[in-house]
Design a protein around this ligand. Structure first.
Ligand SMILES: Nc1nc2c(ncn2[C@@H]2O[C@H](COP(=O)(O)OP(=O)(O)O)[C@@H](O)[C@H]2O)c(=O)[nH]1
Ligand SMILES: [Mg+2]
Length: 198
């Protein structure tokens, strides 16, 4: 069965684990620093203009948002991170919630990690990939806003980031731009593979 991401429907914005959707079926989670282009990527991938709220005031939403794409498949929008103005207690809350999510979530098939192609591989990105490794969850990295770089510079960054992960067979990397539509079909295909368990 192929998953059609256009079917994504908002279900719940969870402030605490008791509000998470049941740990059943399959799901793919999306994460990224504030302003990494995560909401724009989710909107482009699902073909919705406003499924995930694109924001110019990053760091405010701390919820984990669940979308249903089929009776058994979900997309999960994890809260953005790395925004300097967020108070320390909120940052601690973020890392506790996310660490718990990765450590316990049986239905999690993959993480899609958004990194601005001009600022890849920040410490919290590496932290997330470490939680993935511990949970044996593969990751697919989108180097976002690729339209901001020339093709050759974007390609050079792709090579450099891939090289960084060459010892990790569970991490794939591609360039992406929600605005220019770069890499959208590739990312959809990859997510479809993760969600396809038949
Ligand atoms: N040039 C360019 N800008 C983008 C792209 N995707 C997002 N942005 C911009 O980056 C900012 C943050 O985007 P948003 O999707 O809200 O990021 P989020 O905070 O990670 O959810 C907004 O001003 C977007 O318009 C892209 O593909 N290209
Ligand atoms: Mg956002």
């Amino acid at each position: 069965m192929t998953i059609n991401l256009n079917q994504a429907k908002f279900i719940v914005a969870a402030h605490k684990p008791t509000q998470w959707l049941p740990d059943e079926g399959v799901e793919v989670a999306f994460a990224g620093r504030s302003n990494s282009g995560k909401s724009s990527a989710i909107n482009a991938l699902t073909g919705h203009r406003k499924l995930a709220i694109t924001s110019k005031t990053p760091g405010r939403t701390q919820q984990i948002v669940f979308f249903q794409v089929s009776p058994t498949a979900k997309l999960v929008d994890l809260p953005g991170y790395g925004y300097s103005k967020v108070p320390k207690h909120m940052r601690v809350h973020w890392s506790k919630a996310i660490e718990q999510y990765f450590a316990t979530r049986q239905c999690l098939r993959a993480l899609v990690l958004m990194m601005d192609i001009r600022h890849p591989l920040k410490p919290l990105d590496q932290q997330l990939l470490e939680w993935c490794r511990e949970a044996a969850v593969p990751a697919h990295v989108l180097l976002t806003k690729a339209d901001k770089l020339s093709k050759s510079r974007a390609a050079a960054t792709l090579v450099a980031v891939r090289r960084e992960f060459q010892k990790r067979g569970d991490i794939s990397v591609q360039v992406f731009s929600a605005h220019a539509g770069i890499g959208v079909p590739d990312a959809r295909l990859r997510i479809g593979e993760f969600l396809d368990y038949s």
